[in-house]
Design a binder for this molecule. Sequence first.
Ligand code: HEM
Length: 572
Amino acid sequence: MSWNFDNPPFSSGAKNLKDVLPHICLVILGSIGLYVLKSLVSYIGVLRQVKGLPTRHGLFPAWEVGLRPRLPHIPWLFPVNSFYTRPEFDIYQSSQSDLLAFTVLALPTRPVYFIGSPQLAKYICTKTSSFGKASFEKRYENIRQFGSNIVSAYDGEEHRRHKNAIRGCFGEEIFEKVWEKMTEQVDTMLIEEKVDEGGVIRDVAKLMIKVTFAVTGEAGFGEKIPWNIQRSNGEGEMPFVESMEAMDESLLLQFLMPSWVLKVVPSLRRYGRARRDYLKHTHKLYQNRREQLISEDDLSSKPPKDILGALAHSQIIAERGASSSSDSKTQIGGKGYGKSVVGLSEEEVISDMCDAGHETTGHTLAFILANLALYPEWQDELYNEIKDVCGDDEPNYRNMNQLPLCLAFALESLRQHDVARLIFKYATEDVLVPYSTWDKGGSNVIQKQHLMKKGSLIGLDLPACQKNPYHWTETDQFNPRRHLSGKEGGGEDVPYLGFSLGTRACIGKRFAEVEMVSFMARIIPRYRIKIKKETEGEEEGWEQSRKRMIDTAYEDLTLTPGKFDLIFENRE
Ligand code: HEM
């Protein structure tokens, strides 16, 4: 090859580039134009799909729990006030419909619906042929950073594997242990906070998180959690319990931020270390538990009473069953492309252990205590129930099912102050859904139907469903009896959404119920719980106290109670 100096390749390239540049620009602009046109066409399609429903429009999706109360309300950009109000049913009441629609320009391919009807929410949770969990949503993707886990698993095989393994661990033995651990933890709290003989307990919500953290830690990992956790000096490996506590403190960050951010930002480094060391410790704990169980060889004996041990136990049994029956088509854990999968991989077990659920229970306990102080007449009823069942004996797990009013009190507290807030489903096929409208005065309720197209995103607005006045009678009244079974007992036949419903309902529901009833059965016979006024000697009416304890709750990852204290007055 030789150079042609009259027309060197370099200059001919430049000339060619000059020639083709307009074409390249045209292609790029054309593609952008086509994309915009396509988005516009699908956005118009979305507008047509929601025709007839009260609809709000915005540029960005901004309804995520924890994010929405922090965003300013900017109409057409982040119309926050149109999907988040306190009281939560107000947006439905003023729109005169329990089904609302949102269109989002940045999400032009699908409409988004918000549902404030418990009946419709139940329909969506339980009609698995038409609806699924929206595991593709950002919040679930974030949780998946830790590995495949039950909360974010896609419906079908992935979810089934997790659920089968975990459900097997939540037996009566674990619940009995939960009851006992809660009793112990309440006693520890009373002694450590120096209120054993009565006194003031300070910052109730924070204390309740400490209590449930310890119960979940012990029931989950079989590890003793001290009341006061020492902080290490920031060098070397963080001890397990400290890493667990720091993970807990930073749950929202852990779910929202990629791990590198926690390594780079100086003020967040402690949480980055916590994540690294927590995962290291849990892997080690799991491996130790496995080795110990394998060395015992006899797995026919009862499984360990902590969840991690029970998961290791069921995993070994599943693996042994698979290897004795099977062939190269079986794989342990993981995704199992083209293979049948048995049990969970180690990473999946660890990831499941990150979804402990103690924050939801801790916050509900704080609301339970506030309600005990606000409604002393109910406190007396609960006292009588516990005394009728247990006399002077200490309540124990065998009494769990004999204390329906205690459980009902907990459920009513959760109904009034729903901690889980908003969960997402999507339509897997075109489906007609029933909904209700009413006139301005709130009467003349009419049943209607709306066609939800395949792919529609559906937000189940749990607090709105739990307070919907067209389903619950006197919804603002604190009335635990509405959760008792049967109309004679005062029970109401309304779907209860606090733990969601259907195949993706809370697997820890019974766990949480046992924690709450055990807590109440330990506290109520010994103390009268009373309001602690903000400033002693000052007049504070009941409504003011209620506002200070209840209306100061704010939305984070879950509904978080504000700061308030209470008096524990010894009954003797
Ligand atoms: C008062 C306490 C609790 C409340 C209000 C609550 C509420 C909920 C709700 C509403 C869901 C559905 C979430 C969704 O669809 O995205 C859920 C799921 C779940 N909860 Fe709870 N929860 C509580 C306590 C617990 C506890 C104590 C545990 C574990 C020990 C737990 C473990 C789970 C798990 C693993 C799931 C996912 C289930 C699945 O997808 O199959 N929860 N919870």
